[in-house]
Each structure stands twice: as structure tokens, then as C-alpha cells.
Design a protein around this ligand. Structure first.
Ligand code: HEC
Ligand code: HEC
Length: 296
């Protein structure tokens, strides 16, 4: 009886250890204020001074690559006509200024204040017409459930359904969507940075944009765990591996246990997948009648 119980103890222990290791990460501070706020746009009261400030910031931090006047250089693309929304996204994600021009821009700590970013964006936008202004997103009437459908259809193929991000082709990856602001999501959707497609009003309406922004900035940040052991939302592939690991571990233990009990006709039973299909409670003599183990 003790021999029979031991393997199950090991399995339970393995599950307990896994539960501790893969418990969800601590969540950051709630973003309730963001979800309900109306995002400010680029309107500044003192246009001239703000543009001058933006120009100084641009000359100091961006012109070495993008050129004085943002016309581009051998190091970086032309920014004339990209619009304030594009500049705002690339700076507020920390992608710019770029540290290493040979790799995909990465989320980095942002070097500028909110006000400075707006000044840079407005300055660049003032150089040539084109592009989009920094969007205003009103999440008052947003529906997160609708947002989930929009996300599943349009975003999950690259960012995964949990928003954890995933590798695409050629060393490019769709970044994780944790910690993004509503403005960043709206800007990414409408401007389509780098390898991400741009979604116009026709593909994702204004209402759908609000819905998906709400979904990304609230539900992805605070997923309602559908039950089971939380694995930190690492995505179906990794979670599958954990399942496989535990499942195979259990099969191996079961196989060892059965093998142990059938020592007498031990004719190469190791390696089978160990489904124990014997029914009913085991009587004291069950060892004699039980050696059928179905090979897969
Ligand atoms: C070290 C060189 C370098 C510096 C400094 C730099 N950039 Fe860039 N920037 C690049 C490169 C290279 C790209 C193209 C990256 C890509 O497409 O993956 C780029 C792309 C961009 C884009 C996207 C353009 C588009 O058409 O989508 C914007 C916007 C931008 N930079 C703004 C800025 C701003 C604003 C600053 C200053 C705060 C800045 N950059 C500083 C090298 C630089
Ligand atoms: C074809 C793949 C693809 C699809 C589809 C896609 N994205 Fe992206 N997304 C990317 C890539 C790649 C980047 C990083 C851009 C770069 O290369 O610098 C990105 C960046 C972003 C960012 C900025 C994240 C950061 O690092 O701060 C947000 C927000 C975002 N996407 C939201 C969305 C939403 C919302 C949708 C659906 C409406 C969507 N994306 C659809 C590939 C995709």
C-alpha cells in the first residue's frame, strides 16, 4: 500500500512546485485612472514657444541621425510628413532615440517628459503636412468584450491572444502589450509602426478602436484567470510545454510503478506510455491478472 501511494505523492509534489514557479507575476499599479480619462491632444496654448522648444530637443537628440530639419540621412529615414502621432508613438515607447540602428527598436525607458514628447512631435509635424495628429481616445463608451473580438481577429495573430508578444519572421517580433497606454495603442493601430500593418477607419472603426484600446489596457493588464494554474500568461505554446512536461512526468512515474509491480514478466516494458486501464479497486491478488498494458 505504501509503495502504491509513493508515486502519487511525487506527482502531487511536482504539481505543487510547478504551481509555485509559474504563478502569475505581481501586477503593477491599477490603471483605472487611464481607462476613464479623456486623453489630451497636442493643442498647446503657446504654439511658437512650444515649437522652438521642440526644435531644440530635436536638434539635440534626433538630428544626428534624422538630419537637422528631419529630412533623413544615411542613418535614419526622413521624418517630414510622418505626422505627430508617429513621432509621439516612437518616442513614448522609448524606441527613439535609437541606441543600436541594426536591431529592431526596443521598449526602453523614455528620455523625455510628456510635455517634451508633444513638443518634439508638434515640431516635426510642423515641418511638412501629412500623417495624423496625436489621437484623442475617449474610453467612456468602450466595450472591452467587443474589444476582445477585434483583438482576436486583428491583433492576436502577431501579438498572441494573451498579448504576450511573439516572434515573427526574420528576427522581428511583435512586442508584448503589457504596460502600454491607451494613446500608444491607438497610435500603433492607426499609424502601423515598422512591421505592423496600419488599420484605417474602414478596418477598425472609431468605436472598435476605443473597444480594443480598452481591452488591451485593462483586460490584458488584469486578465481574469480562466482557472487552473496561472502560468503568467506566457502563451499557449509555453503553457503547452508545461502541460507536456507534467503529463509526460506522470506517465513515466506511472510506467515505472507498473513496471515495478510486474517485475516477473519484465520483457521490455520501459518506454511505453503507461496508460493504466485496469478497472475497479485492486484486490490483493490483482497483480496476477493485470499485466495488459496497451502499447501506443
Ligand atoms: C542613432 C540614430 C537615431 C537617433 C538618435 C534617432 N533615430 Fe529615429 N530612427 C532611426 C532609425 C534607424 C529608424 C528606422 C527604424 C526602423 O524602421 O526600424 C528611425 C525611425 C524613426 C521614426 C519612424 C519613422 C517612420 O517613418 O515610421 C520616428 C518617428 C523617429 N525615428 C523619430 C525619432 C526622434 C523624434 C528622435 C529623437 C528623440 C530619433 N528618432 C532619434 C535612427 C535614429
Ligand atoms: C503583422 C503583425 C502585427 C499585427 C497584426 C499587429 N501588430 Fe502590433 N506590432 C507589431 C510589431 C512588429 C510591432 C513593433 C513595431 C516595430 O517593429 O518596432 C508592433 C507594435 C505594437 C504596439 C507598440 C508596443 C510597444 O512595444 O510599445 C502596440 C500597442 C500594438 N502593436 C498594438 C496592436 C494592436 C492593438 C493590433 C490589432 C489591432 C496589432 N498591434 C496588430 C506587429 C503586429
Amino acid at each position: 500500500m505504501r509503495r502504491a501511494a509513493a508515486p502519487f505523492g511525487v506527482v502531487l509534489l511536482a504539481i505543487a512546485v510547478a504551481a509555485v514557479f509559474f504563478s502569475p507575476r505581481a501586477q503593477g499599479p491599477a490603471k483605472a485612472t487611464l481607462a476613464s480619462s479623456v486623453l489630451t491632444d497636442a493643442t498647446t496654448s503657446n504654439q511658437g514657444a512650444a515649437l522652438a522648444a521642440g526644435r531644440t530637443l530635436f536638434d539635440n537628440s534626433c538630428s544626428s541621425c534624422h538630419g537637422t530639419g528631419a529630412q533623413g540621412s544615411s542613418l535614419a529615414p526622413n521624418l517630414r510628413g510622418v505626422g505627430a502621432a508617429t513621432v509621439d508613438l516612437w518616442v513614448s515607447t522609448g524606441w527613439m532615440p535609437l541606441a543600436n540602428p541594426t536591431v529592431q527598436p526596443q521598449r526602453k525607458p523614455v528620455l523625455f517628459s510628456r510635455k517634451q514628447i508633444t513638443e518634439i512631435a508638434d515640431y516635426v509635424a510642423s515641418l511638412a503636412p501629412g500623417g495624423l495628429p496625436i489621437p484623442t481616445v475617449n474610453l467612456k463608451g468602450a466595450n472591452s468584450a467587443e474589444g476582445f473580438s477585434v483583438f482576436a481577429l486583428n491583433c492576436a495573430p502577431c501579438h498572441t491572444i494573451t498579448g504576450a508578444g511573439d516572434a515573427l519572421a526574420d528576427g522581428i517580433s511583435a512586442p508584448p502589450l503589457h504596460g502600454v497606454t491607451p494613446t500608444m495603442v491607438a497610435e500603433a493601430v492607426r499609424t502601423g509602426p515598422a512591421n505592423m500593418p496600419r488599420f484605417s477607419n474602414f478596418t477598425i472603426s472609431k468605436q472598435q478602436l476605443a473597444d480594443v484600446v480598452d481591452y488591451v489596457t485593462t483586460s490584458i493588464e488584469h486578465p481574469d484567470n480562466p482557472g487552473g494554474v496561472g502560468l503568467g500568461g506566457v502563451g499557449p505554446v509555453a503553457e503547452g510545454f508545461v502541460g507536456l512536461f507534467l503529463g509526460v512526468g506522470m506517465c513515466v512515474l506511472l510506467a515505472l510503478w507498473i513496471g515495478d509491480r510486474n517485475e516477473r514478466d519484465d520483457g521490455g516494458h520501459d518506454g511505453h506510455d503507461g496508460h493504466d486501464d485496469s478497472e475497479g479497486p485492486e484486490g490483493p491478488n490483482s497483480e496476477k491478472t493485470e499485466p495488459e498494458v496497451v502499447h501506443a
